[in-house]
Design a protein around this ligand. Structure first.
Ligand code: FES
Length: 316
């Protein structure tokens, strides 16, 4: 855990603020790579993940961009309403679940709305190394698009394409942009679920290989859990068996028996809770594992995933 102070807070666009975080004693912060995020511990006890959007060579600060989401589960509202310049926060060290493939011949970055944050950092990194890339930034309107001035003033401004819903002549021609898949061309996408699905579906339709598609989700889509049933989990080390009722997660059940599994997002996005499954078939509800990894059924995310079989034996 790192204690930081909010060195500055700026309004970047309608409902979007950036927070510049610096160490309390002015010492350099741990290094990070493009695509990394930090866990931010908020005043009311919530923990939320935010991508770092400053240049990855900077050590004197981390910058996060936060959209005040009307559907907020409390995190973005808490930051917007309670965290001002001078406030102190606890954060984790940066972790990167959305890294760049550094030997790519070409990279295509697709940002939807606040999904620009990790891709902005990637664009800085790619430009710094002279790599071939394009950044496509889609937003509902120019007033809702953060960092536009920074992008226009950047050395890579010519590689940035802005697409605003309110300006039909700027519409993203996704089929054209994705027309030339290749093993050494990589696609990165971050934004609302529907936007990401649109980009990924188009890429697959054009023959892109899964290994070239990289994504980072902000929030999981709501899951219909009305038909959830109960199942049991067995710990391979002790042989203990616990019943998981329909309204509890595996993590919650184990925690109530004093068995802690490290969690962060608690919605199947970050992979922190990933646990090996030795027997039984999980019902995967995460967005972290690829479809191929899920099909192996040898690991699952106990913060949200459930079971298709009556018993799962866990490597705990
Ligand atoms: Fe993030 Fe389970 S805690 S995937």
């Amino acid at each position: 855990m790192i204690e930081v102070v909010v060195a500055s807070r700026n309004t970047e666009a309608l409902d979007i603020c950036t927070y510049e975080l610096a160490s309390v004693d002015g010492s350099p912060l741990p290094a990070f790579s493009a695509g990394a995020h930090i866990d931010v511990h908020l005043p009311d006890g919530l923990v939320r993940q935010y991508s770092l959007c400053n240049h990855p060579q900077e050590r004197h600060r981390y910058v996060i961009g936060v959209l005040k989401d009307p559907a907020s589960r409390g995190g973005s509202r808490s930051l917007h309403e309670q965290v001002h310049e001078g406030a102190r926060l606890s954060i984790s060290e940066p972790r990167n679940l959305f890294p760049l493939v550094h030997d790519a011949r070409r990279s295509l970055l697709f940002a939807g709305g606040i999904g620009i944050t990790p891709l902005l950092c990637m664009a800085e990194r790619l430009a710094h190394s002279g790599a071939d890339f394009e950044l496509h930034y889609c937003a509902r309107s120019s007033e809702r698009a953060a960092f536009v001035e920074r992008l226009k003033a950047s050395p890579f401004a010519e590689q940035v394409f802005l697409h605003f819903d309110e300006q039909p002549d700027t519409a993203l021609d996704i089929a054209h942009v994705l027309a030339a898949p290749a093993d050494d061309v990589h696609l990165y996408v971050c934004g609302p679920g529907g936007f990401m699905q649109h980009v990924l579906d188009n890429a697959r339709a054009q023959g892109w290989q899964e290994a070239c598609l990289h994504r980072e989700y902000f929030t999981a889509a709501p899951v219909d859990n009305r038909l959830d049933g109960c199942f049991s989990v067995k710990l391979s080390s002790s042989g203990q068996v616990f019943e998981v009722p329909a309204d509890k997660s595996v993590v919650q059940v184990l925690e109530s028996h004093g068995i802690e599994i490290a969690v962060s997002c608690e919605q199947g996005i970050c992979g922190t809770c990933l646990t090996r499954v030795l027997e039984g078939v999980p019902e995967h509800r995460d967005l972290f594992l690829t479809e191929q990894e899920q099909a192996l059924n040898d690991q699952f995310t106990p913060c949200c995933s459930r079971a298709k079989t009556a018993l799962l034996v866990l490597d705990i």
